[in-house]
Design a protein around this ligand. Structure first.
Ligand code: DSN
Length: 414
């Protein structure tokens, strides 16, 4: 029986979400539109199979075909990042990170990561996350210019003497220098762990420097700039670490792997290995750049003044309105972004003084520089007159028309 006939409530809400994704301009920097073939395999009979363990070492029978699927995902992942070992089982980026910590640290060990309010991630030691509860966490941040200062990070590392340094960010607009982080880690004898969830799609296209060979362990999600299914991965060149990471994921924190999602990862990686992928990643950066330049031309401040990657951070420290106000006004105009703290933040994390805007999803729809310039101008129009609902409605209508010219999903697919 079809979903529509069996469960109308869920079907209808899914259709509404489809319409929302098609009508609105998705500019949350961590979101993307995955491929129909990835969704096809994720919705397949693979969801029925238990496969606890790893290829050729399972606790259940009947794994001969899913072994093949997981091995292909592993091999493609290794080829993409140029590394020796890959674990493709983490259900999410957070679980990937939890798996890395469990493999390489003991409770109470010191970790040094980027401050959440400066662009880091909850799982990099924030006190509300298990990473900040199980381990003793310390932080580095960005300077008032929005950039990391590697000498300052070295100074902090020398004082903290962490067992592990975590590099990688959720809201950092400049290239991360993994070589410099390696030098810092070597000076203080720390393991270097990179969480490249945000930039992985750029890394594999050569549009951002690769954490290998500098980092000991690397984690990522597969659904952000990589455009694959929702999930996590962990990579390393260290055989001992690889064994510990495998045990830490299963049986450490997960049970049966989501084989249908692993298959989706394999299909996504095939896209990431293609020549078209390099064109996509280059366009993601070009689109973010013109978005930032246009906003600056319209009088808005960007954290770090611009961007080297897929996102911009707009600061409203010098404005009367907050990140939350901007998020709501842009949402009313059909543009989905998220409020974000900025360096020198004066408002609470629920209000904030900034917004984060990303280019990956609209680039996946086929939009290029001219569309991003237009969108940036409309964003500025809304922000210039933030309480004017008629401006928001006018922009919404115009951008809906634009969105419909760049079809991403067809109703018939669902
Ligand atoms: N939620 C992701 C982001 O928006 O960056 C990080 O996990």
């Amino acid at each position: 029986m079809s979903l529509e006939n069996y469960d109308k409530e869920i079907f209808d809400l899914t259709q509404l979400e489809l319409k929302r994704q098609c009508d609105h301009l998705e500019m949350i920097a961590s979101e993307n539109f995955t491929y129909p073939e990835v969704m096809e395999v994720m919705g397949s009979i693979l969801t029925n199979k238990y496969a606890e363990g790893y290829p050729l070492k399972r606790y259940y029978g009947g794994c001969e075909y899913v072994d093949g699927i997981e091995q292909i995902a592993i091999d493609r992942c290794r080829a993409l990042f140029g590394c020796e070992y890959a674990n493709v089982q983490p259900n999410s980026g957070s679980q990937a990170n939890q798996g890395v910590y469990g493999a390489l640290l003991n409770p109470g060990d010191k970790i040094l990561g980027m401050d959440l309010s400066h662009g880091g991630h909850l799982t990099h030691g924030a006190k509300v996350s298990s990473s900040g509860k199980i381990y003793e966490s310390f932080f580095y941040g960005v300077e008032l210019d929005g950039r990391m200062n590697y000498e300052r990070i070295l100074d902090i590392a020398k004082i903290v003497k962490p067992k592990m340094i975590v590099c990688g960010a959720s809201a950092y607009t400049r290239e991360i220098d993994f070589k410099k982080f390696r030098e810092i880690a070597d000076e203080v004898g720390a393991i270097l762990f990179a969480d490249i969830a945000h930039i992985a799609g750029l890394v594999v296209a050569g549009e951002h420097n690769n954490p290998f060979p500098y980092c000991d362990v690397v984690s990522s999600t597969t659904h952000k700039t990589l455009r694959g299914p929702r999930g996590g991965i962990i990579m390393t060149n260290n055989e001992d670490y690889a064994k510990r990471i495998n045990s830490s994921i299963f049986p450490g924190i997960q049970g049966g792997p989501l084989v249908h999602v692993i298959a989706g990862k394999a299909v996504g990686f095939k896209h990431n290995l293609s020549d078209e992928w390099k064109i996509y990643a280059k366009q993601v950066k070009a689109n973010a750049k013109i978005l930032g330049e246009t906003l600056v031309r319209r009088g808005y401040d960007l954290v770090s003044g611009g961007t080297d990657n897929h996102l911009v951070l707009v600061s409203f420290l010098n404005k009367e309105f907050s990140g939350k106000d901007a998020d709501i006004a842009l949402g009313n105009a059909g543009i989905t972004v998220n409020k974000n703290t900025v360096p020198g933040e004066i408002r609470s994390p629920f209000i904030t003084s900034g917004i984060r805007i990303g280019s990956p999803a609209l680039t996946a729809r086929g939009m290029k520089e001219s569309e991003f310039e237009l969108i940036a101008n409309r964003i500025a129009d809304v922000l210039d007159d933030i309480n004017n609902q008629s401006v928001q409605q006018k922009v919404k209508a115009e951008l809906k028309e634009l969105a419909h010219k760049f079809i991403i999903y067809d109703k018939a697919m669902f």
